[in-house]
Design a protein. Sequence first.
Length: 202
Amino acid sequence: MRITIFGATGRTGQLLVRQALDAGHAVTAYARNPDKLRFTHPELTVAAGELDDEKAILEAVRGADAVIEGVGSESAATRRIIAAMDASGVGRFVVVSTCSVPDPADRPDLKFKALVRFVRTAAPRAWSEVRAAAEAVRASDLDWTLVRVAKLDDGPATGEIKVGHYGHGVVGLSLRRADMASFLLAQVTDRTHLREAPAISN
């Protein structure tokens, strides 16, 4: 498959690009600063562009089978990507989100409420942007999945990913970035969570 990845130069994004290439996919990595991707591959295309460049975004999306977006704190960029996907006829959209985005299947949970309250106080713009991005995704006609995570940390993949909703006693706070990348990549072909917002952790 051909996958376009936004946020490709971040810590999770680079892991995702490598995993996708290792799995045999062709990857278009959209990057503000292409120099941060310090590796090459015959199936890797690096598309340089800003998140407000509608033409560059459209060109990066055109011909893709799926798009994975890891820039959820930029809601305007999310809306531009959605518009580009609509214009190009690309349907599958996998989006990184956070526990700041609620879901009707969640239950009250004190530790997650405390974390969201902290984020809302310490980083109100990021809190607002990630929620606005999620609203734009949910309002779209795309085959979307919002992948919600509370805290990401580095380290080797565990291969053990808990999937559920907050407040059910299944999902914890932390997730390895390598496991996050693996789950995102799996969603490209797995339709289990189509138009859903699963929460995941180790």
